[in-house]
Design a protein around this ligand. Structure first.
Ligand code: FAD
Ligand code: NAD
Length: 468
C-alpha cells in the first residue's frame, strides 16, 4: 500500500530542504526524496564548501597587509588540506540538516523519484527496490548538473567540473587552467590563486556578463583581482584539449597552446529532469530544459510546483530558497504569492564580494521609473580603513518621482551580509527613508547605506521623501 502525504518534495538541495522544513513547520505531513547526497549541490559541491574555501582565501589575501599592522610572518595555504577542511564542515552541516528534518517528522526517502501519476511518485532505492508514495501537492526541486561543452570532456584528475572537484581530493599539480567567466570561474580564479595554485583564467567573454552589475562594480572586481595578479584572458576559443601526456595541453583557436597540470570548468549548469517522467503527467519544459512554471511557481499540472535550478535560469541557492518559501506559501494559502526573481539577492565571492538586487538603470527605465543613484564609497569608511580593506561601495537606485528603492549594489567586504539591509526592508516604497532614519553601529560598513541615501537626497532633490 502506498503512503499518503500532504506534500512530497523531490530533491534536498537548498530549495527542497527549505520547502520541506517550512511546510512541516506549518503543519503539513511532508515527504522528501533524495537520490544522492542530502543537501544537494549547494551543501555538497557549491555554496557551502566554496564559502569555506573563500574564507581561507580571504585570510591569505589579508595577510598581505599584516606587516603594516605589526603582525609578523607570512601565510600560505595548501589546497588539499583546505579540501579536507571543507569536507568536515559539509559533513557537520549535513548531519544537522538531516537531524532537523527528522525532528520535524519529515519522512525522508533515499532514492530516485519519478512520476507514476499526477499524485503518485515511484521511488527507486539504491538497491533497486521500488516503493510508491502519494501526495496532494508535489514540489520538484531536482536542481542541475554541470555542463561540459565540446571540446572539453571530463577526465578524472585532469579535466574537472566543479562537481568533480568536490567529489574527490583535487589533483596535486600546481598549474591550473580555469575555463569560463561566469560566477564559478570568477570565484575559483581568486580562491585557487590564494590556495597556492598558478592560475591561468581563460574565457570567451567578459567576467559576470549575465548579472547586471554596474560598470563600477566590475571595475572594483578587476582592481581587486589585479591586486593578486589574477587576470582574465577573454576572447579565447578552445580548439582541442589533449590529456594524453603528463598534464593537459589546451589548444586555443589562435593556435597558441597552454600547458597546465589540470583544468577546472566553470562552463554553466543545466536543469536536471532526466528520469522524472515529466511527459507521462504532462509537465512541460522550455527548449533549454527548464521546467515551465507560472509566477506562482506552478507547473502545467496545477498542484505540482517547480523551484530552484530545475526551473530558474538564475540558478542560485538564494533563488531556490526564495522559490521554496513562495511555493509552500502558495500550497498552504492558495496561490497568493508571485515570484519576482529580480528581488532575490545575488552575491559573488571573489577577490571582492559583489552583491546586488532589484533593477539596474536600464530595467528601471524600461519599467517607467526615473532612476537616480545614491553612492557612498568604503574609501572614507572608518571601519573599512581600520580593516585595510577600502575597495568598494554602496550604490542605491531610487526613483526620482516617489523616492522608492529601485535596486542596490554593495561591493566590498561583507557585501553578502550587508545586502540583507535591502532584501529585508519592510517595503520598497519606504526603504530609503528607513535607511536614512535608522540607528547604526559606529563605525560600521552598514553606515554607508545612510551616506548613500544622503547623496540621493542632496544631489537628486529627494530630501523630502528621504528625510521628511
Ligand atoms: C561551485 C558552486 C558554488 C556555488 N555557490 C553559490 C553561492 O555561494 N550562493 C548561491 O546562492 N548559490 C551558489 N551556487 C548555486 C547553488 O548551489 C544552486 O543554485 C543550488 O544548489 C540549487 O538548489 P536546488 O535546490 O534547486 O538544487 P540542488 O542543490 O542541485 O539539489 C537538487 C537535488 O535533487 C536531487 N535529485 C535530482 N533528481 C532527483 C530524483 N529524480 N529523485 C530524487 N532526488 C533527485 C539531486 O541529487 C540533488 O541533491 C553554487 C554552485 C556551484 C556549482
Ligand atoms: N555565488 C553564487 O551565487 C554562485 C556561485 C557559483 C555558481 N553559481 C551558479 O551556478 C551556475 C553555474 O555557474 P557557472 O559559472 O558555471 O555558469 P555561468 O552560466 O555563470 O557561466 C558559464 C560560463 O561558461 C562559458 N561557456 C559556456 N559554453 C562554453 C563553451 N562552449 N566554450 C567556452 N566557454 C563556454 C560562458 O561563456 C560563461 O563564461 C550559475 O548559474 C550560477 O548562478 C552561483
Amino acid at each position: 500500500m502506498s503512503k499518503h502525504f500532504d506534500l512530497a518534495v523531490i530533491g534536498s538541495g537548498p530549495g527542497g530542504y527549505r520547502a520541506a522544513t517550512l511546510a512541516a513547520l506549518r503543519g503539513l505531513h511532508v515527504a522528501i526524496i533524495e537520490r544522492a547526497d542530502w543537501g544537494g549541490c549547494c551543501l555538497n559541491r557549491g555554496c557551502v564548501p566554496k564559502k569555506t574555501w573563500h574564507h581561507t582565501a580571504r585570510l591569505i589575501a589579508a595577510s598581505r597587509d599584516f606587516a603594516e599592522r605589526g603582525i609578523q610572518g607570512t601565510l600560505s595555504a595548501n589546497m588539499n588540506a583546505a579540501w579536507q577542511h571543507q569536507e568536515k564542515v559539509v559533513a557537520s552541516v549535513q548531519e544537522s540538516y538531516v537531524d532537523y528534518m527528522h525532528r520535524l517528522k519529515i519522512a525522508t526517502f533515499a532514492g530516485s523519484a519519478r512520476f507514476a501519476s499526477e499524485h503518485a511518485l515511484d521511488i527507486t532505492e539504491p538497491g533497486g527496490a521500488t516503493q510508491r508514495i502519494e501526495a496532494d501537492s508535489i514540489i520538484i526541486a531536482t536542481g542541475g548538473t554541470a555542463h561540459v561543452p565540446a571540446p572539453f570532456t571530463p577526465v578524472p584528475g585532469k579535466v574537472l567540473t566543479s562537481d568533480m572537484l568536490y567529489d574527490h581530493e583535487p589533483p596535486a599539480g600546481k598549474r591550473v587552467a580555469i575555463i569560463g567567466s561566469g560566477v564559478v570561474a570568477t570565484e575559483f580564479a581568486f580562491i585557487f590563486a590564494m590556495l597556492g595554485k598558478e592560475v591561468t583564467w581563460l574565457a570567451r567573454s567578459t567576467a559576470l556578463r549575465k548579472i547586471p552589475f554596474s560598470p563600477q562594480a566590475l571595475g572594483s572586481l578587476h582592481n581587486a583581482l589585479a591586486r593578486y595578479d589574477i587576470a582574465l584572458r577573454q576572447g579565447e576559443n578552445f580548439e582541442r584539449i589533449d590529456t594524453e601526456g603528463e598534464g593537459v595541453r589546451i589548444h586555443l583557436g589562435s593556435g597558441e597552446t597552454i600547458d597546465v597540470d589540470w583544468v577546472c570548468l566553470g562552463t554553466g549548469r543545466t536543469p536536471h529532469t532526466a528520469g522524472l517522467d515529466l511527459d507521462a503527467v504532462g509537465i512541460e519544459t522550455h527548449e533549454n530544459g527548464f521546467i515551465q512554471r507560472n509566477a506562482h511557481l506552478q507547473t502545467s499540472v496545477a498542484h505540482v510546483y517547480a523551484i530552484g535550478d530545475v526551473a530558474s535560469p538564475d540558478m542560485t541557492a538564494n533563488h531556490a530558497i526564495s522559490d521554496a518559501t513562495i511555493a509552500v506559501t502558495n500550497i498552504i494559502d492558495g496561490n497568493t504569492r508571485e515570484q519576482d526573481s529580480r528581488w532575490v539577492p545575488v552575491v559573488v565571492y571573489s577577490a571582492i564580494e559583489l552583491a546586488r538586487l532589484g533593477l539596474d538603470e536600464d530595467a528601471a527605465e524600461d519599467a517607467g521609473f526615473e532612476p537616480a543613484v545614491g553612492f557612498a564609497a568604503f574609501e572614507t569608511s572608518p571601519r573599512a580603513m581600520g580593516q585595510d580593506d577600502t575597495e568598494g561601495f554602496v550604490r542605491l537606485l531610487g526613483d526620482m518621482d516617489d523616492g522608492r528603492l529601485l535596486g542596490g549594489e554593495i561591493i566590498g567586504a561583507e557585501a553578502g551580509e550587508l545586502i540583507h539591509l535591502l532584501s529585508l526592508a519592510p517595503d520598497r516604497e519606504t526603504a530609503l527613508h528607513w535607511l536614512a532614519h535608522g540607528t547604526y553601529n559606529h563605525p560600521a560598513r552598514a553606515e554607508e547605506f545612510a551616506n548613500a541615501t544622503e547623496t540621493l537626497a542632496s544631489k537628486w532633490g529627494l530630501s523630502e521623501t528621504i528625510f521628511g
